[in-house]
Design a protein around this ligand. Sequence first.
Ligand SMILES: Cc1cc2nc3c(=O)[nH]c(=O)nc-3n(C[C@H](O)[C@H](O)[C@H](O)COP(=O)(O)O)c2cc1C
Length: 186
Amino acid sequence: MGKKLVLGIMVVCVLLLAACPGKQQKLDKTLIVYYTWSEQGNTENAAKILQGLTNADMVKVEPATPFPELDTGEFIAWAREQLENQSLPEIKDLVVDPASYDFIFIGTPVWYGSLSFPIEALLATTDFGGKPVACFAMANSNEGEVLTNFENKVKNGQVKEGIALRMRDETEVEAKITEWVNGLRQ
Ligand SMILES: Cc1cc2nc3c(=O)[nH]c(=O)nc-3n(C[C@H](O)[C@H](O)[C@H](O)COP(=O)(O)O)c2cc1C
C-alpha cells in the first residue's frame, strides 16, 4: 500500500512537471519582426536561426514603395535626404499585433551606425503593450549606436539585452545567437 502511494505520488509529480511550463518555455508566443535588404539576407538568416531556437512567428517588414536600388547614386541621394530631414519611409502594415505576443525580437541591418530606416519607421509607429522586446542587429564592421538607439526608440516595451553581430563573426552567428537567447531565458 505504502509503495503504491509513493509510486502514485511520483507519477503525479512527473505529470505535473510535464504540464508546467519550464524555463525553456519562457519565450513562448514569441514574435520575430525583421527587415533585411542586402542580397546575402544576413538579418533574415539570423531571424531563421532565432526561429529555430524559439519556434516564433516571423514577420518581415516591407517598405510601402520600393527603395532605390542599393549602391546606386540614386540610393545614396535618397538615403542622405532621409538622414538630413530625419524622415522615415512608409512601411506596410504588419499582419500581426506585436503587443499580443509574450516576447518580441526585432531584427535590423545596421545602417549608418544605427537602425535601418524601415525598422526605425516600425518603432515610431508600434506600441509594444509593455511586453519584453530585444534587438538583433547585423553589421559589416561597425554597429555604432544601434542598440542604444533601439532602446531609446521603443515605445512602451521592456527592452531586454540586444545583440549586434559583425559579418566577420559569420561562422559564429548561430553559436552567438544561441548563447544570447539562452541568456534571455534565465
Ligand atoms: C544604407 C546602408 C548603410 C550601412 N551602414 C553600415 C554601418 O554603419 N556599419 C556597418 O557595419 N555596416 C553597415 N552597412 C552594412 C550592413 O549593415 C550589413 O551588410 C548587414 O549585414 C546587411 O544586412 P541584410 O543582409 O539583412 O540587409 C550598411 C548597409 C547599407 C545598405
